[in-house]
Design a protein around this ligand. Structure first.
Ligand code: UDP
Length: 357
């Protein structure tokens, strides 16, 4: 049996790990133990996902969150190392691009424990993003690079990373969308709760540091929302809420602010939205999985194929005329493309972990 320590800490990682953890539990070759760093600690940013998505309770909970990038990463590195020294797993599995990802990667490689990175090869080419630093360093430290799409393989090759340990397994978020999408339809009552009608609202999320911490960009985003032809539903990330208050930004009348939602409610809102407007990586893709047009509130995206397919439009929050972007209408793009695999990424990941030598 191979022992795997999965390291998670932030909302998108719980969702990705949910799909893979499910596969681990039905495969007798593996013994998975989940380590939660504590990076996201509010119950609506963490516990709700463990409950709704049937993720086993973490074996290890470090309770490290709330600090700056350096402080968090440093404290996590130290605490993860202690766990890995006593557990001596066959694999450390990290996801995405957060401080938890980087801390887990550094702890593993320094102890010569094989390291696998899910969502390898994504790049924004914007080094102002903490996520860009985390993902680049993690890729360059990893033994097994599990890319979500063909473009990521090319990017890795251009950085000198290629060979049989670099594999396009497909996107685990697509697995999650398929596994939990039906459950969302059955269980979520969010449209009624928020008095929303299908196709009659825009779903928005904002949490990228460059947007939340630059008053000008955050103000432009809210001016854009104010010009939208439909109500805007905004599940608000705690950091964004804090910045809106400190920058004294007024919430436009057509914006309905709600607390962060569980995944099932979020999926339900995504499926029924007329338009998604977001700076989230995951939400851009989910909009595509449900074939809803997406405005990306950033200067660039890691998911460039969505722009090429006509489902995603970049709308830089540095533009003071963002209102015109919101006022425009958006038509569906190319429908049949499958750039993220067939929803079996979790199985492909287990296969690679089992066969690696
Ligand atoms: N999400 C959620 N509730 C919310 C906002 C987002 O469940 O209120 C989900 C969303 O559906 C997606 C993931 O969280 O699966 C994306 O996480 P986030 O936007 O925090 O991170 P990113 O993808 O940008 O790394």
């Amino acid at each position: 049996m191979k022992k795997v320590i999965t390291i998670v800490g932030a909302r998108p990682q719980f969702i990705k790990a949910a799909a893979v953890s499910r596969a681990f539990r039905s495969n007798e070759l593996f013994d998975e133990r989940i380590l939660h760093t504590g990076q996201h600690f509010d119950s609506n940013m963490s516990d709700v996902f463990f409950d709704e998505l049937d993720i086993p309770r973490p074996h290890f909970h470090l309770g490290i969150g709330g600090g700056g990038h350096g402080q968090n990463t440093g404290r996590m590195l130290e605490a993860i190392e202690t766990v890995l020294v006593s557990e001596r797993p066959d694999w450390v599995l990290v996801y995405g691009d957060t401080d938890s990802t980087l801390a887990g990667a550094l702890a593993a490689v320094k102890l010569h424990i094989p390291l696998a990175h899910v969502e390898a090869g994504l790049r924004s080419f914007n080094k102002r993003m903490p996520e860009e630093i985390n993902r680049r360093l993690t890729d360059h430290a990893s033994d097994l690079l599990l890319a979500p799409n063909a473009a990521a393989l090319k990017t890795l090759a251009s950085e000198g990373i290629s060979g049989r340990h670099v594999v396009n397994v497909g996107d685990v978020m697509y697995d999650a969308a398929l596994i939990f999408g039906e459950k969302a339809e059955a269980k979520s009552n969010i449209l009624n709760i928020l008095s929303l009608r299908p196709q009659q609202y825009i779903l928005a999320t904002v949490h990228r540091q460059d947007n939340t911490d630059t008053p000008e960009r955050l103000r432009n985003i809210f001016s854009g929302f104010a010009a939208a032809p439909l109500p805007v539903v905004l599940p608000l990330h705690p950091r964004t809420r804090q910045r809106i208050n400190s920058f004294d930004i007024a919430i436009p009348g057509n914006v309905k602010v709600v607390d962060p939602l569980g995944y099932l409610d979020m999926v339900m809102l995504e499926k029924n939205a007329a338009l998604v407007a977001t700076d989230s990586g995951g939400v851009q893709k989910e909009a595509y999985f449900h074939r809803v047009p997406c405005l990306t509130l950033r200067d660039e995206t890691e998911w460039t194929e969505l722009v090429e397919l006509g489902w995603n439009t970049l709308a830089s929050p540095s533009r003071s005329d963002l209102a015109s972007v919101f006022a425009a209408s958006y038509t569906p793009g190319v429908t049949g493309a499958m750039p993220y695999g067939n929803g079996a990424a979790a199985e492909a990941i287990l296969h690679e972990l089992a066969c690696y030598s």
